[in-house]
Design a protein around this ligand. Sequence first.
Ligand code: ADP
Ligand code: MG
Length: 403
Amino acid sequence: MKSNTVHISSLQRGEPLRLEAVSKHFGEVQALAEVSFVAEPGEVIAVCGPSGAGKSTLGRLISGLDVPDEGAIHLGSTLLSEQPAQKRRVAHMFESLALYPTLDVFANVASPLKAPSHRGLFSTAEISSRVEGMLKMMDIAHLAGRRPSELSGGQRQRVALCRTLVQSPSLFILDEPIGHLDAKLRHRLRGEITRRQRALDQATLWLTPDTLEGMAVADRVIMLIDGKVQQIGSSRQVYAAPANTSIARLLGDPAMNLVEVWLKQELDGLKVLCNGTRMQVSDAFLARLARLKASGQLRLTIGFPPLHTRLDDGAAPNRLQGEIYTVEPFGKYTLVTVEVNGVHVKAKMPAGFQGTVGSSVQIGVPVEHVLLFDHDSGALIQDAAAPMHNKNLSEPTTIHDEA
Ligand code: ADP
Ligand code: MG
């Protein structure tokens, strides 16, 4: 018993995971391009990116199911990428789940604790209590005696989660761990799982295409798009200052509005055009745009969140005219989509908003929340008037409700 305790605590000493310029090709496809980051012990890192971004490939390279073409993966002072998979002690929950069909739920969850990597670590009684604790946390204790074929997709996903989290590894990789669960369970479990993982001394990589989910669970978020790390930061840092429009498109529910504008010098002053439609702008916003025009920036993409976008009769100092395209009542708010020359702009309006599809409406552009992006490269323009310069990111500001 005593020797067990010593053994376990030595295993539970966490070490940082360090990737250095890791690349992987599949034929013509570059699945990962020079991926570098560090995950500290006890840290939960969300790797967010759309389907095909390279998330699962990243997980497979770290746990040793695949080999990088180039680059190195270290865990503390160990060069992980030169160790065989079974030596790496990575608890990896696969997107495909892969349960043992002939074993019941209890035996599936207990299986890694009986594998060579955990041999001698836990007594039979300890294995039982760990497994029972996990099943209870996931609300599936009553299913302990069932086979995988007798479970729903969401139940199977929770069994796979139990089987991963029950282990005592050097690192956790969770590949879309709660994607098949209903919203209520997803919200409860993402909190429970992160709370537990943060209390451990091992890093957790949480791979998900759902940026909101990733932001909710993570100490830091890695934005992975087309196999490249595009940004690493806390949820607040990424939300306040997405590095480019590809990231901005993945933030918020619904995502940030992105509208392309032209700055055009006319005889009576600088004009802002959106697909040929004139945008009304305040003096202050015009001054901000004029400074960019002076530095050669004629085409820009402006980004602003639906949460702060208002529709009105034309009183807003910064506004665009459009036509109501859809009205979706969500009960606590109404989501209105407005078309401006083929571009859709969304506004989260109060529940009682009345609007008719096809009618003309003014979109109030909340310039205090506007981010500006270079039209061609998509990169964020860090001008002095950008919202993130007005905020101290270490201090709490407005609480966004899935903004
Ligand atoms: P994600 O998990 O983010 O959806 P993946 O890592 O599964 O992305 O895939 C990244 C890219 O690599 C995709 O274009 C995918 O088609 C390709 N890919 C992944 N695994 C293989 C493989 N074994 N053979 C060929 N192409 C693959
Ligand atoms: Mg995947």
